[in-house]
Design a protein around this ligand. Structure first.
Ligand SMILES: [Zn+2]
Length: 249
């Protein structure tokens, strides 16, 4: 499988390894308190975000950047855990994609903005969905629980072995390949968060329905949507969440 963030992930893994070795927290088991875990998450995310910026072209559209940051900050203000912060950056990319790195670093492609027809309520849902994966620890848990990593850590700390794990895992991580349950959780969280931040609640459904229409017209929506559960099931579940109202995310 190929894709925009997937290919970037392969390169990021290589570059992030020295920092991972230095921080050492992965194989020390993270027995620290919640604040230390948050700091470790932030440390990994910052490193990966730096690598992502270094190997990809950032958008020059300052108006779009400020629109998206405004959405990101409105959503962020409604996240219950106020120790978490989020930022949103736009990359030039022909494939619609969005990804959230540990520590709150969100990236989406200009193409994804086009797929949302620049509608704030649709972008709010997408960013909220990625925030859910971060807040609920979906990405982070996979990293620290990875059995292959534990084996590598137990027998050797050599960069080559850790590097091969991270290249594989980094790619997985950026492909958004979470479990179905985690994806449905993220959908519900994203829809509720967008509603709590004052966005019209139909954003999630209108985006996914448009993607569905493009699909039936033979337009390939790319790896991001393909890596998530089927659209009709997501839409049906989202309708239930929306009609049930919006307790705080
Ligand atoms: Zn997802």
């Amino acid at each position: 499988m190929s894709g925009f963030f997937y290919n970037l992930g392969r390169q990021i893994g290589k570059n992030a390894v020295p920092t991972l070795r230095k921080t050492k927290w992965i194989w020390q088991g993270l027995s620290g308190d919640e604040l230390e875990v948050l700091a470790a998450e932030e440390s990994l995310g910052r490193t990966m975000a730096r690598e992502l910026r270094a190997i990809s072209a950032g958008s020059n559209d300052a108006v779009l950047a400020s629109e998206l940051n405004a959405i990101c900050q409105r959503l962020s203000a409604c996240v219950r855990d106020n120790r978490r912060t989020f930022s949103c950056e736009i990359l030039v990319g022909a494939e619609p994609s969005v990804t959230g790195l540990p520590g709150g670093y969100l990236f989406l492609t200009e193409s994804m903005v086009d797929w949302c027809e620049r509608q704030p309520e649709e972008l709010a849902f997408l960013l909220g969905h990625e925030m859910a994966h971060i807040v609920r620890g979906h990405t982070w848990d996979r990293i620290i629980n990875d059995a292959a990593l534990k084996v590598v850590a137990a027998v050797s700390m050599r960069a080559g072995q850790l590097g091969s794990w991270f290249r594989r895992e980094g790619a997985e991580l950026l492909r958004n390949a979470h479990t179905r349950d985690q994806e449905f959780q993220a959908d519900a969280f994203g829809a509720r968060l967008a509603a709590a931040a004052g966005y019209e609640s139909n954003g999630a459904v209108s985006l996914l329905e448009r993607v569905g229409r493009h699909l039936t017209e033979g337009v390939d929506p790319g790896v991001y949507f393909a890596s998530h559960p089927p659209l009709p099931e997501r839409i049906a579940r989202l309708r239930k969440v929306i009609s049930a109202g919006s307790p705080r995310a």
